[in-house]
Write a protein that binds this ligand. Structure first.
Ligand code: AHG
Ligand code: MN
Ligand code: MN
Ligand code: MN
Length: 325
């Protein structure tokens, strides 16, 4: 019998209320995964005639998943006293206060939503921070990624799998659709230090800074180039999908700063930070191109950041190229 998520959390001596919260997040991901699975049957794969705070046209499933996360009964805890003081979401401009609790839950309800109507992989990303005592202000949420208590994602692909860290490594739990249990399928995910596989949206090549173009062009030069090796490329347009591959077999994932705007695309609080926590816990490196993502002091709830993460050797090479200018 594979080890259930609940047993893993007990064995890792997760504090009881954190254990309850993680199990509640897992339940929410199971429900979101089901909504993704039936989205074509339910006719909810379309786009809405509204934009989110990011300036993105929202998909119906973005809002459906976000609404599922807002159901207060999910976060009451076994004693009904409340586990979460406030929710923060890609899909909501402001923080969403709940009746109380010792944690903040920060999330991207559907990651990779441009994949929804083409049956591509999508996911849910979550980050758990400590809440202040009393009323939660935006400043209370703006904690660096080093302060995360736990983080993870659910990936809705051929399997539905929850990947989690509570600061003691990274484990993967696959959903048993019959029983509804999350069962450990990978006790410890680790990222090899080297790779010959890169993930980047190549159509942005002309908008990258020179060090990024230099790195990718060397990868593309293959055996005859300065790297002396043939590289492979993957791009799933879902951070969760690309990161799951990196955690499973290594690689480098990049969404670099766009030189036109001087900012990245990915969001710090509910994409880069939780994923960077997982990557570091699995022995990889996660930077904004130069500095560790987890050290960034957030200034805004929906702040964007450049992202370069994965196999140590390759990420450190990109950092070196940035430092050489
Ligand atoms: P989201 O669907 O939550 O807005 O995130 C999409 C992100 C990320 O998942 C993915 O890596 C990236 O956008 C893909 O960007 P492109 O469509 O520019 O490739
Ligand atoms: Mn989005
Ligand atoms: Mn996302
Ligand atoms: Mn999203």
């Amino acid at each position: 019998m594979l080890k259930p998520l609940s047993q893993y959390l007990t064995e890792q001596a997760a504090p009881d209320r954190l254990r309850q919260l993680i199990l509640a997040v897992a339940d929410a991901c199971r429900d979101i995964g089901h909504a993704v699975n039936t989205s074509a049957l339910d006719g909810v794969q379309g786009a809405l005639n509204q934009e989110n705070v990011q300036g993105e046209v929202q998909k119906q499933l973005d809002v459906i998943a976000n609404d599922m996360m807002l159901e207060e009964k999910r976060w009451g805890g076994v004693d009904g006293q409340g586990l979460v003081a406030a929710l923060v979401s890609e899909e909501m401009e402001e923080i969403y206060p709940l009746k109380g609790g010792e944690f903040l839950l920060v999330f991207d309800p559907i990651d990779g939503s441009s994949n929804v109507d083409v049956n591509g992989v999508v996911g849910t990303i979550f980050s758990i921070l400590k809440a202040p005592v009393g009323k939660v202000t935006e400043a209370d949420v703006l904690q660096s990624g080093r302060h995360q208590v736990a983080a993870g994602y659910a990936i809705y692909g051929p399997q539905t799998t929850l990947v989690l860290t509570i600061g003691k490594g990274v484990s993967a739990f696959s959903l048993d659709q019959k029983s509804g249990d999350w069962l450990m399928t990978v006790p410890a995910m680790t990222i090899p230090a080297t790779t010959r596989e890169f993930a980047i949206n190549m159509s942005n090549h002309r908008h990258w800074a020179a060090p990024v173009r230099r790195y990718i062009d060397e990868c593309l030069a293959g055996k005859t180039g300065p790297r002396g090796a043939d590289f492979n490329m993957r791009w799933l347009a879902s951070m969760v999908g690309d990161v799951h591959r990196v955690l499973t077999r290594g690689g480098i994932f990049m969404y670099p700063v766009d030189s036109r705007k001087g900012i990245g695309k990915l969001r710090l609080m509910y994409e880069a930070n939780p994923i960077a926590f997982l990557i570091e816990q699995a022995g990889g490196v996660a930077t904004d191109g130069v500095n560790p993502i987890l050290d960034i002091a957030p200034e805004a709830l929906h702040q964007r950041v450049g992202v370069v993460l994965g196999s140590r050797e390759e990420v450190e090479r990109v950092t070196a190229y940035h430092k050489e200018g």
